[in-house]
Design a protein around this ligand. Structure first.
Ligand code: HEM
Length: 464
């Protein structure tokens, strides 16, 4: 198996394996233990109606009083606290808005004004901003995808056999996932996001040198292995998405809990901020830009979520957006235009595929990417758009802080349909005149079969 060192250290599309775990918190962990062990049960009581928003806020204030001055936190402690205070902040904001729906439109962050931190009673937003400055990450002044998902969930690595391709660290070392309520489905969805991001990073990292430098300096074996690895990782993401609704031995995420509870924490703290949601998974965005998504509004969509990203994530997607896509790089090498791919005769195109196997390899990748997108669309429809339509038909819709007729970043069902169609109508679609197995034979590629859930989970564990 070819697994060059450069795979481990490129770090161009994410964090490399060389990052060290974070040391233990210096603030004693009292508040940390409250967030992990007590807050979820209190959240469940608010959702069940046995604790009020102000009751929750009062208890949160007692726990927050244990924290030291924000200025004393080093970058590692600051990042842990951003995760924990992000959960506290979105809980208080969500509960306040539920009790007074007007707040969502008029003054979304009003609930946070009642929160104080530390002995000196520092206002919550000021304390949070100081943490952000001390974290050195350019984290938004509220919770974000990076903190809720990546920093919160345990460290995960993607493996090809015994070789580690990439690692996404956690800021905690207790193996736990912090949630808003005691419902296991929240743990499962946060874990799902981080698992998917880890495999997506592995895929992006495998393809990075080809995207950056083309194929001329690479052996045909390395080229084939990089594409095969990327396709295997994407097959893993697709399987995780398809099977998610089944849950595991710990339980499932029910549709009502997703609609009525979990996504209701994605409230605004300020009118124009960007609450955490799937579109801020930057490995998904980088893959879209790498595979050359052909949608005029896509750049605007990415810019809209900039405010929810870390500084290095913003830089990453900005840089990715300025580069020619991977299919474009490979078509240029083969002296083909996108029109040629559609109009060339079968024999001309077959000759090109034999001579430039990267074209067929890339086609197979783009097809898998489209199938992954379809799997995600299915999940989004199952968990949000379909139940919401059903409630409308049954006149059972209720007003909530986070509207259920569109996504958190305001993406409608038809916008997701369009994104999905565009991923299927990629620039190499003309190669699809043959079946995938035939294309694999023409270019000597390995055909990626659909993998089982057990195989997808095995990608997180080294194997001899
Ligand atoms: C149960 C799991 C999931 C559900 C119910 C779900 C649902 C949704 C919904 C409703 C939207 C529209 C969102 C908005 O406007 O903010 C969305 C968008 C998005 N989600 Fe998910 N999602 C799930 C898992 C994931 C995962 C694991 C990923 C990453 C692999 C992901 C990546 C995205 C992306 C990139 C978008 C933007 C739309 C697109 O590019 O197709 N989602 N999702």
């Amino acid at each position: 198996m070819i697994l060059p060192d450069s795979w481990m250290t490129s770090g161009v599309v994410g964090r490399s394996v060389s990052e060290q775990p974070y040391p233990r918190p210096a603030y004693g962990g009292t508040f940390s233990a409250w967030v992990s062990d007590v807050l979820p049960a209190l959240g469940s009581r608010v959702v069940q109606g046995t604790l009020t928003a102000s009751g929750f806020t009062g208890l949160a204030n007692k726990a927050l009083a244990h924290l030291p001055s924000a200025a004393t936190n080093d970058p590692c402690e600051a990042r842990r606290l951003i995760v924990e205070l992000g959960i506290v902040g979105s809980s208080v904001t969500s509960y306040s808005q539920r009790e007074n729906l007007d707040l969502a439109g008029r003054d979304p962050g009003r609930g946070l004004e009642l929160l104080r931190v530390g002995e000196r009673g520092t206002p919550f937003r000021a304390y949070f901003s100081t943490l952000v400055a001390h974290s050195g990450t350019g984290h938004p002044d509220r919770d974000a995808y990076a903190s809720l998902i990546r920093w919160n969930a345990p460290e995960m690595s993607a493996y090809l056999g015994s070789s580690r391709i990439c690692t996404l660290p956690s800021v905690f070392d207790d193996g736990r996932i912090r949630t808003y309520t005691a419902e296991i489905g929240e743990t499962l969805i946060i874990e799902l996001f981080k698992r998917c991001e880890t495999l997506e990073l592995a895929a992006n990292q495998a393809l990075q040198p080809i995207w950056a430098g083309g194929t001329s300096a690479m052996s045909s074996d390395e080229l084939a292995e990089r594409f095969a690895t990327a396709r295997l990782m994407l097959a893993g993401v697709r399987r995780l998405l398809l099977e998610f609704h089944r849950g595991d031995e710990r339980g499932t995420l029910s549709v009502p809990h997703f609609v009525d509870v979990f996504r209701q924490y994605a409230v605004h703290w300020d009118h124009d901020d960007v609450p955490p949601s799937g579109p801020q998974d930057i490995q998904f965005i980088v893959r879209d830009l790498m595979t050359g998504i052909d949608l005029p509004g896509y750049t605007r969509h990415v810019q809209r979520i900039h405010a929810g990203l870390l500084a290095d994530e913003r830089q990453l997607v900005t840089d990715a957006a300025t580069r020619p896509s991977l299919p474009k790089v490979l078509l240029d090498e083969a002296g083909l235009s996108t029109v040629d791919v559609a109009t060339a005769s079968d024999s001309e195109l077959a000759n090109k595929l034999r001579r430039y196997p990267a074209l067929g390899e890339c086609y197979l990748l783009l097809e898998l990417n489209a199938r992954l997108s379809a799997a995600h669309l299915m999940v989004a429809k199952k968990y949000l758009y379909k139940p919401n339509r059903q409630r409308d038909e049954d006149a059972a819709a209720v007003a909530v802080p986070v509207p259920n007729d569109r996504g958190i970043t305001e993406l409608t069902e038809s916008a997701l349909d369009v994104l999905n169609r565009v991923r299927r109508r990629h620039v190499m679609a003309g190669i699809g005149r043959w079946r995938a197995a035939e294309i694999a034979v023409l270019c000597g590629a390995t055909l990626q079969r659909d993998i089982s859930m057990a195989d997808a989970l095995a990608l997180f564990v080294p194997r001899p």
